[in-house]
Design a protein around this ligand. Structure first.
Ligand code: 6AU
Length: 281
């Protein structure tokens, strides 16, 4: 079962997509299954994150449409840092339209995502045309796509049937789709990569006096709480060891810390140790 195979062994399978191969290989080399979600609004901060956290991560996930000062110059610097520190770039664009539209969105516009992002993701809701459209642009560039099979947010419409159909869609496009965004392992194929958002280490919250008085929910561990806008959190240990996912995606867990590098190292260690305990089961 894929849960018991090492990342290295999965990289070596002949059916593993080149991007997944690269990912599994660098994960094994750098001892990391941490993807940082660089949800910042200025390019300088994005580049600082890439420089300081680069050695600790396997993937840097971006939302370039929240940058106030997006420029191709900044993107070129990000590309240099991805080479320097050996991590992959994942633009979390969540394509979700008909094939012809997503093709243009991926290739053109202001961001020209296909010219710099190794990885993109897409919702499967519009049917397989979304993959065909994206593949027409990304495949020849050697890029890969993740399908969103489950979402971390409260009330998400990704039912069991939806997830199942999404996995089948991925199976029909092994030359472009190499894995999933999901809360748990949804595919039994060891060549598929599973990346999970909604991760925080903290399992309890130190309540302020104000919260003790006015917010009884502060007695509930933070991972059950989320962020007031529907996000829900689980821990690296749960995600990697119990749910059988491969990569933890962490945004605010790291970004809101005063020492981001130190915090990222905690997540890298927690994710890696959970992986080691899983493969030695
Ligand atoms: O750690 P957070 O909560 O600060 O950030 C989580 C990141 C955000 C979301 O846009 C993204 O992960 N995300 C996704 C992705 C990666 O596709 C899917 C999902 O279901 N939930 C989720 O939070 O940048």
């Amino acid at each position: 079962r894929s849960g018991e195979m090492s990342y290295g062994a999965r990289a070596a399978l002949s059916s593993t997509h080149p991007i997944a191969k690269r990912m599994f290989t660098l994960m094994e080399e750098k001892h990391t299954n941490l993807c940082v979600s660089a949800d910042v609004t200025h390019t300088q901060e994005l580049l600082e994150l890439a420089e300081t956290l680069g050695p600790l991560i396997c993937v840097m996930k971006t939302h370039v449409d929240i940058l106030q000062d997006f420029s191709m110059d900044a993107i070129n610097k990000l590309k240099e840092l991805s080479d320097k520190h050996n991590f992959l770039i994942f633009e979390d664009r969540k394509f979700a339209d008909i094939g012809n539209t997503v093709k243009h969105q991926y290739e053109g516009g202001v961001y020209r995502i296909s010219s710099w992002s190794h990885i993109i993701n897409a919702h499967s809701v519009s049917g397989p045309g979304v993959v065909t459209g994206l593949k027409a642009v990304g495949q020849s560039l050697g890029h890969g796509c993740l399908l969103i099979a489950q979402m971390s947010s409260q009330g998400a419409l990704t039912t069991e049937q939806y997830t199942h159909t999404t996995v089948k869609m991925a199976d029909s496009h092994p030359d472009f789709v190499f894995g999933f965004i999901s809360g748990s392992k949804v595919s039994t194929k060891p060549e598929h990569v599973h990346m999970t958002p909604g991760v925080q280490l903290q399992s309890g919250e130190i309540c302020s006096v104000f919260n003790l008085v006015f917010n009884p929910r502060c007695f509930v561990p933070r991972r059950f709480l989320g962020d007031e806008l529907g996000q829900q959190y689980t821990t690296p240990e749960q995600v990697i060891r119990l749910k059988g996912s491969d990569i933890i995606i962490v945004g605010r867990g790291i970004l809101s810390a005063s020492d981001r590098r130190k915090e990222a190292e905690k997540y890298r260690k927690a994710g890696w140790e959970a992986y080691l305990s899983r493969v030695s089961l």
